[in-house]
Design a protein around this ligand. Sequence first.
Ligand SMILES: Nc1ncnc2c1ncn2[C@@H]1O[C@H](COP(=O)(O)OP(=O)(O)OP(=O)(O)O)[C@@H](O)[C@H]1O
Length: 320
Amino acid sequence: MPAQQQHDQQRLAHEAMPLDEGGPTRAPLAGAGAGSQAATEAAVQAAARTGGVRISNVSKSFGTDESRTLVLDGIDLSVGMGEFVSVIGPSGCGKSTLLKVIAGLTDADGGEVTVDGNPVSAATKNKMIGLVPQSPALMPWRTVLDNVTLPMSVNRGANGGRSMRDPVELLESFGLGHAIDKYPAQLSGGMQQRVAIARAFVFDPSVLLMDEPFSALDEMNRDQQRMGLLDFWQSNRKAVIFITHSVPEAIMLSDRIVVMAAHPGRIAEIIDVDLPRPRSVDDYATDEFRDLEGIVRAKLRAVMEPGAADAAAGGTGETR
Ligand SMILES: Nc1ncnc2c1ncn2[C@@H]1O[C@H](COP(=O)(O)OP(=O)(O)OP(=O)(O)O)[C@@H](O)[C@H]1O
């Protein structure tokens, strides 16, 4: 195999490498074969219950037998189909580790993760999970189009029969139609990150995992990218789990915000973002947005400085 192709395959190994070669393990539909209306209805309801991402009692520790550190402790979270959930919390609370467990890049010590009812091993094998890392990780010697089509060539025939997106159309949707023949070094940081997001959509995944994708960008660029993502997601609703350190970003994008506490990492609060959609940059200035900012910041202060909760949240320590 030519060296470049080998390198590409290694870089994308996580996309290609199922943890379990056991084949698709989609739960059988209730009543399949019975042919009755009731059985069909039961199947539809069962599918609805298992859709999206389900994280049940997940724990993870690092270290040796002599000295282990518990990093995730009993994480329970469901993210429905088409729901946008952000995860925010102090540095080191385990946000990236949680994303890696969901993506099948690291094994949990205990608990279970399913994607549309499938265990992670089957979900990764069938390309049901799209991952956008913190840095775009583009191949500098490949054009924008070749970077986006790379998962297709590396994983040819390994998508469990899922439909694939037209890469040129995808790039056009992200405002990159003019850049398909350019190389990553010829693009701004924001454009590079958009290429990485477009690449994650190639297999039309059920769930999109995003680990601080805009953190390296300046504030203006960052705002532009997050509104672009929001526009695209509005018409391509996926279950999204989005890690961020920015409270306004979490509010602008999300249906719910998960606030994590550290040592060990656990879910401290889940806050509903009941702002209407579609959203725009004008929303930053509304009273509702600012109220939510206050609530999320108070909860963050509470998990970072236990004891400050009551003062920060007006005496109750409550969020909503
Ligand atoms: N492979 C590993 N081996 C040992 N410890 C690890 C490993 N990966 C993560 N950790 C530890 O697990 C803890 C959680 O790390 P993680 O990167 O998930 O946190 P985070 O919340 O994403 O942090 P940040 O916000 O700074 O990115 C940290 O203490 C980290 O040092």
